[in-house]
Ligand binder design. Structure first.
Ligand code: F6R
Length: 241
């Protein structure tokens, strides 16, 4: 079920992803599902370069982000809202009203989850970009998250908080303990999905996603049940395939 592309390095992973993005951008009103983290930054740079060099317009694009930390103000330097603006949106011309990111600073977080899920149920994501955690998470759906989960509050595992501490002065205590995330069933509704992974620390997760049992212990293994997933990896992340 997976289309697997193994490349030599991060830049080639980004190029392959960008080629798929270009096709999606030919749609009249492309709906993009976006991720934060290190994996998609190269792709985002290529999208911005494409706009600057070729004049490609992103005016008709609509975007939905996977997740957001709970407890950080929207304009905090480590919020995913800030990440997305710094790494992508500030370089494109997507109207701000077309950009959707769940609010981790909402007063009523449960209501915010319901509101975001409802918005997502009223649209179809044409292309969902995913990274994968070293524990096999997608979005913030950590091991054990039910496959039928919708947008919900997730507790971050110690592993994920340790992985993300690099953005919080290497202090795990500063990493928020919770996030709002699209659920696994939410993610699976996308028409097309690409998963980006590089580096040896992703090799086990990539193996679990593709070759492991389709079980909640590896959240990404739910993608085995989707008909249009492209996994783009470097050799280190593909080491166990
Ligand atoms: C980010 C997200 C996460 C990351 C994953 C990999 O919005 O939902 O699932 O995609 O943690 O992160 P990186 O790419 O930094 O290795």
């Amino acid at each position: 079920m997976f289309n697997i592309i193994i490349t030599e390095n991060y830049d080639q992973v980004s190029t392959e992803a960008f080629m798929i993005m270009k096709k999606t951008m030919k749609l009249e009103n492309p709906v993009l599902g976006l991720a934060t983290g290190s994996s998609p930054i190269g792709l985002y740079k290529k999208m911005i370069a494409d706009r600057n060099t070729n004049g490609t317009s992103y005016r008709n694009a609509v975007t939905y982000n996977l997740d957001e930390y709970i407890g950080l103000p929207r304009y905090h330097d480590q919020s995913y809202w800030t990440f997305m603006h710094e790494n992508l949106f500030d370089g494109l011309n997507i109207p701000e009203v077309n950009i959707h990111i769940p609010r981790g600073d909402a007063e009523d977080i449960e209501e915010e989850c319901r509101r975001y899920e409802e918005e997502l149920q009223n649209t179809v994501i044409d292309l969902q970009i995913l990274g994968i955690g070293s524990d096999g998470h997608i979005g913030f759906n950590e091991p054990g998250t039910p496959f039928d989960s919708l947008t919900h509050v997730a507790e971050l595992t110690q592993q994920t908080r340790a992985d993300n501490a690099r953005f919080f002065d290497d202090d795990i205590e500063k990493v928020p303990a919770k996030a709002i995330t699209m659920g696994l069933a939410t993610i699976l509704r996308a028409n097309q999905i690409i998963v980006l992974a590089t580096g040896a620390n992703k090799a086990d997760a990539v193996y679990g996603m593709i070759k492991g049992p389709k079980k909640e212990i590896c959240p990404a293994s739910i993608l085995q049940g989707h008909g249009n997933v492209t996994v783009i990896v470097d050799r280190a992340a593909a080491a166990r395939l």
